[in-house]
Write a protein that binds this ligand. Structure first.
Ligand code: BDR
Ligand code: CA
Length: 316
């Protein structure tokens, strides 16, 4: 089985990413690192612990990562994220205070330890800013050769961004870190808005969770319905909410869900186009491009798998 580490700024779709990773039969979720973005890092860790307890997955350790990008000296939750995910990040739904606490070891050190322990079996799935992964690579550059794969939710190649005309939210939080990861030796799969905006969930599906009559089914339906309502307001043309983060987990577990384009990428950090993910003209003729960008997705097969996994998990 693949060993998965999620690196999350635990909002609503991050919570669905946790559920997918816990449920996936061909993967072991070995840890969660916390990031910032939808909420501050401590809240992200707390949300992850709450979700794991709701799902009965209390053996998965949660680590605290960096609280902001190296380029800023403070972090304020972007009002747009608070609006999309609710003030607490999980759709204003009350879940019991977690019994467990985050680990003492830092998220960055856990990445380094995990790369040395699991090597090519390890897949890291960041679904928030890339600050933690960039910090681990800077602290111990050797891990770039050890880690099996990085499958990240972030960026956009064929469509505009979602927080600026150029930038997707996760990349926009820390364009420098994203550029560090994209231009590093390690191989990345980028699951960006190109595919996540096409992969949608509706209240038809959340009703199926509600109908299970379990706490997990009901709470997840409440959390995700909050997100669907916001999507209906903000993007009425989509007709559902985007499965951004759980799609990255799905593609990490089964790459055949996506068609990819292999290119070398850079991330712009100039003021005007801050956070744009784009091909690197300087490396156009390099033989082994380092990023596989998902440009097409088998969304119906993915959604069927997503529902099968989550429904089975919520039933028990
Ligand atoms: C990404 O931004 C966050 O708000 C979501 O959780 C997702 O990771 C989408 O742009
Ligand atoms: Ca996220």
């Amino acid at each position: 089985n693949k060993k998965l580490i999620l690196d999350l700024d635990t909002g609503v779709d991050d919570a669905m990413a946790i559920a997918y990773a816990v449920a996936a039969p061909n993967a072991d979720l070995v840890g969660i690192v916390s990031s910032y973005g939808n909420v501050v890092v401590e809240q992200a860790a707390k949300n992850s612990l709450k979700i794991l307890e709701l799902l009965g997955a209390t053996d998965v350790p949660v680590y605290i990562g960096e609280s902001h990008s190296e380029m800023t000296d403070h972090f304020d939750v972007m009002p747009v994220s608070a609006h999309i995910h609710g003030k607490n990040g999980i759709g204003e739904v009350d879940l019991p205070e977690p019994q467990r606490k985050p680990e003492k070891e830092s998220g960055v050190d856990f990445f380094i330890e995990a790369a040395r322990k699991w090597g090519k079996d390890l897949t890291i799935i960041p679904t928030g800013p890339l600050t933690n992964l960039a910090a681990a690579l800077k602290k111990d550059p050797e891990i770039a050769d050890l880690i099996g794969n990085v499958t990240l939710m972030g960026g956009a190649l064929t469509v505009p961004g979602n927080v600026t005309p150029f930038a997707e939210a996760n990349i926009q939080q820390d364009a420098e870190a994203a550029n560090y990861v994209f231009t590093n030796k390690l191989h990345d799969t980028m699951v960006g808005l190109d595919v996540t905006l096409r992969t949608l969930l509706t209240k038809k599906e959340t009703q199926q969770w509600r109908d299970l009559g379990t706490a997990a089914g009901e709470k997840f339906a409440d959390i995700v319905d909050y997100y669907i309502n916001i999507y209906d307001e903000m993007y009425p043309e989509l007709g559902g909410c985007s499965l951004h983060d759980p799609l990255a987990v799905g593609i990490a577990c089964d790459p055949s869900f996506a068609t990819t384009l292999d290119i070398d990428m850079v991330v712009n950090s100039d003021k005007e186009k801050y956070g744009r993910t784009i091909g690197d003209t300087a490396r156009l003729s390099d033989a082994n491009p380092s990023v596989s960008v998902a440009i097409q997705v088998e969304k119906d097969r993915y959604l069927a798998t997503f529902m099968e996994y989550l429904t089975t998990l919520f039933k028990n």
